[in-house]
Design a protein around this ligand. Structure first.
Ligand SMILES: [Zn+2]
Length: 492
């Protein structure tokens, strides 16, 4: 998205952006952080509420142990050090959807600090982005400004979200480009999904991102004044908002202006940010330790139990799968898009005679057809079991790869799984050795040059003859037998 004035590449190159990200994720607990109300999106307004999450006088919070476990699990997955003793604090501010008048959060002693995520950069290397901290807090309710007949004059409140457990994950200002920000968020979300601490559903607000961005002349030590871009609801928009904001800030500085520290909102329709409020009269949240909650103690025992629940994380899983299934990094990426899909693939692959072949068919044959149709893996007519069956038939030489392609074509044309199509079509196989030999003789007679090459030592030419005969047999020659006979004839 271009800024108001197109800046020349030379001017843009003088500056270095500095980006830090703050991500809020709702933890996937059954109940809220400090009371027994259901933690559930989409209930009728103001039905999942009680004196605790409404902050009624005398109500006391009780910390949800599952929320602590999830926060610790996410912290470990993000390479953070989990603090043995952390402190809940009150963050005081007034807002209509915050009935207590404060949020229970963590301030100077968060549950975890000093983590990192490695992200790929433009030149293909990996870059480590620091994670300053992960702290626990509770969500506020929701103000509904539209959707009602009298929305022009009234605001409605839904307090179901009050007290939903959150983990806020704050990165170091290590990010230098909008693409790095995009990669960081993508990896972060993937790790959180693998650990199953959140559904990370951005449409429902269970993952929300704020970006801090400033620019400085390359080589400068001091950071420029930073602007916070709030509540951008997709990673693509975060990237677009950062691209816009970087150009806007450089333009202001180049024209002799000064960047004011402020909060801006992203308007996806217009492709620009606009000022929401100045940070110069920033809130003073008057943090103080929450008097109704004792310090949170994460014992070594609790932590080691939690560590055992860590799944194999996406990056490690990819590296292993590249080696185990002979995949390209790109294919490993495709297969590990979600933990659930990777699990299904690996369970299927392990049940097949040749796991690599399952990977291969899944990516090239099924994946290729899905891509061509522009549909997702979930909508594939061919199940994992179908792919395993096809791989085994191919391995046993019961079908040729050409027949396999034809069977897959039928699956996709009819929306049928492989087993049904194979059962019905049972492609005929030519297993009559004398008939195959006759075809081989014809191909040999027609290609004396290739025969010469083979006999001169270029053994790979055998593949040419196999291909020619397979074609002559309309894909029906038994592949194992064909290979054997071609070698015999050529060597004989
Ligand atoms: Zn409640």
């Amino acid at each position: 998205m271009p800024a108001a004035a197109g800046l020349s590449p030379e001017i843009l190159a003088k500056y270095e952006p500095v980006i830090g990200l703050e991500v809020h994720v709702q933890l996937l607990t059954a109940t809220k952080a400090f009371c027994g109300c259901a933690n559930h999106f989409g209930s009728a307004p103001n039905t999942n509420i009680c004196p605790v999450c409404l902050g009624l006088p005398g109500a006391l919070p009780v910390l949800n142990a599952k929320a602590v476990e999830f926060a610790a699990l996410a912290s470990l997955a993000l390479n953070c050090e989990v603090r043995e003793r952390s402190i809940f604090a009150r963050k005081n501010y007034f807002y209509p959807d915050l009935p207590k008048g404060y949020q229970i959060s963590q301030f100077d002693k968060p549950i975890a600090e000093h983590g990192w995520i490695d992200v790929p950069t433009a030149d293909g290397t990996m870059k480590r982005i620091g994670i300053t901290r992960l702290h626990m807090e509770e969500d506020a309710g929701k103000s509904l400004h539209d959707g009602f007949a009298d929305s022009a004059t009234r605001t409605y409140l839904d307090l179901n979200r009050c007290g939903t457990p959150l983990a806020e994950i704050v990165s170091e200002p290590d990010i230098r480009t909008p693409d790095e920000a995009f990669e960081y968020l993508t990896r972060l979300k993937e790790i959180l999904l693998y650990t199953e601490v959140s559904d990370c559903n951005m449409e429902e607000g269970s993952l929300r991102c704020d970006a801090n961005v400033s620019v400085r002349l390359k080589g400068a030590e001091r950071f420029g004044a930073k602007v916070e871009v709030k509540n951008v609801n997709s990673f693509r928009f975060v990237r677009a908002a950062l691209e816009y904001e970087i150009e806007r800030q450089i333009e202001v500085i180049e024209s002799g202006g000064r960047i004011s520290q402020e909060t801006r909102l992203w308007d996806a329709n217009e492709g620009r940010t606009y000022s929401m409020r100045s940070k110069e009269q920033a809130h003073d949240y008057r943090y103080f330790p929450e008097p109704d909650l004792p310090p949170l103690i994460v014992s070594a025992e609790f932590l080691s139990k939690t560590r055992k629940k860590l799944p194999e994380l996406p990056e490690a899983r990819r590296a292993r799968m590249v080696a185990e299934y002979d995949l390209s990094p790109k294919d490993a990426h495709t297969l590990t898009n979600s933990r659930e899909f990777a699990d299904r693939f690996e369970a299927a692959a392990k049940s097949a005679k040749n796991p690599r072949r399952v990977a291969n068919l899944l990516i090239s044959e099924v994946g290729g057809r899905l891509n061509a149709l522009g549909i997702d893996q979930e909508q594939s007519p061919v199940s994992m079991a179908g792919i395993v069956q096809a791989a085994d038939l191919l391995d046993e030489g019961k079908i040729s790869s050409k027949q396999l392609k034809q069977l897959f074509d039928v699956c996709f044309e009819n929306g049928e799984d492989f087993a049904a199509v194979y059962e019905r079509e049972k492609p005929e196989q030519l297993t009559d050795a004398s008939a195959i030999e006759k075809m081989i003789d014809e191909v040999i007679a027609a290609n004396p040059k290739q025969v010469e090459q083979y006999r001169a030592g270029k053994k790979t030419v055998a593949g040419f003859f196999v291909g020619q005969v397979m074609r002559a047999s309309k894909g029906q020659a038994n592949p194992a037998l064909l290979n054997e006979l071609v070698a015999k004839k050529l060597d004989g």
